[in-house]
Design a protein around this ligand. Sequence first.
Ligand code: LMR
Length: 397
Amino acid sequence: LFSAVEMAPRDPILGLNEAFNADTRTTKVNLGVGVYFTDEGRIPLLRAVQEAEKARLAAATPRGYLPIDGLAAYNTAVQALLFGSNADLLASKRVVTTQALGGTGALKVGADYLKRLLPDAKVAISNPSWENHRALFESSGFPVETYAYYDAESHGVNIAGMLDSLRALPPRSIIVLHACCHNPTGVDLSVEQWQQVLAVLAEREHVPFLDIAYQGFADSIDEDATAVRLFAASGLPFFVASSFSKSFSLYGERVGALSIVTGSADEAARVLSQVKRVIRTNYSNPPTHGAAVVSAVLNSAELRALWEQELGEMRERIRLMRTTLVEQLAVAGVEGDFSFVNRQRGMFSYSGLNAAQVERLKSEYGIYAVSTGRICVAALNSRNVAVVANAIAQVLR
Ligand code: LMR
């Protein structure tokens, strides 16, 4: 049965963890996967999470099945975070939100549902995009293309190219967009650019699918939801995959959500019934713990304030690591201008290093990064940042 099975390639991001874990060098640094580490090099367990977990443990709640679409209080809290608690479209019950297995799970449920709704559609992702976007939509049966996005020369967005690509796609294509903290480039659209994109999406009747995995890592919870709220105000139907992996540091609990903005409460009820079928035939219903914890935090004024403070601390530490990296690169003798690193948003820096340089970082210095040159700034700390800067200086020579 298995004699002809070929070895699949390692995952371009999670595969780095496997290689990193197998590396015996004590000086190794993992800048591959998008995970936030403290300055001590640990994945934090947030105090707000600890408080909610203590209360949950004390209440000794039974572990029955959740509904197919997840915990209702969690889904409502997700909607308020994304769309704003006073959003018209929430009052008019036009939004369907289902708990999902992280942002990836939300994308997958959304993609499988879209395949039923628009079986002949094309999907377009940004060039470049998160490595898993292509694989995920292809695995749901869609052909996947790219639209122009990053402009390497200016370290900014090629907005004219992006609008041209969106116009060139067949009507009703599915357009995957990063709502904030673009992964991997860290380069986001301005409000004005989002408006331009929205106009083309409306004109071509494209179906936007926003991916928001880093809400709170650029400016603030509300500011980072700007794109989601502009889409909400546009009246277009759209999909949103959201995640608390990073913002709650709950990576392994797989806490995310799929939200679908429809035209009416009646449409929303019918769409929900279909999405529930997709979920039921995949994993039946979601796990309880992570969503219960997030829901407890978001629904308590005190814990929510604590969480926002902790999220703010993570955001500030990442900013500090950006400025420190830029300084240390100069100290290490790098002549090029790396100030663009300070302008990039979220966990990543699209460093401009090529695949050969990334390979040298790994083999010669035990520093792991994604082959596209993406490095996770959130894994730098006051002890390893100079080491990393020196290694980068060496491979740039
Ligand atoms: C990343 O891009 O590193 C994260 O989103 C983790 C993942 O699942 O790839």
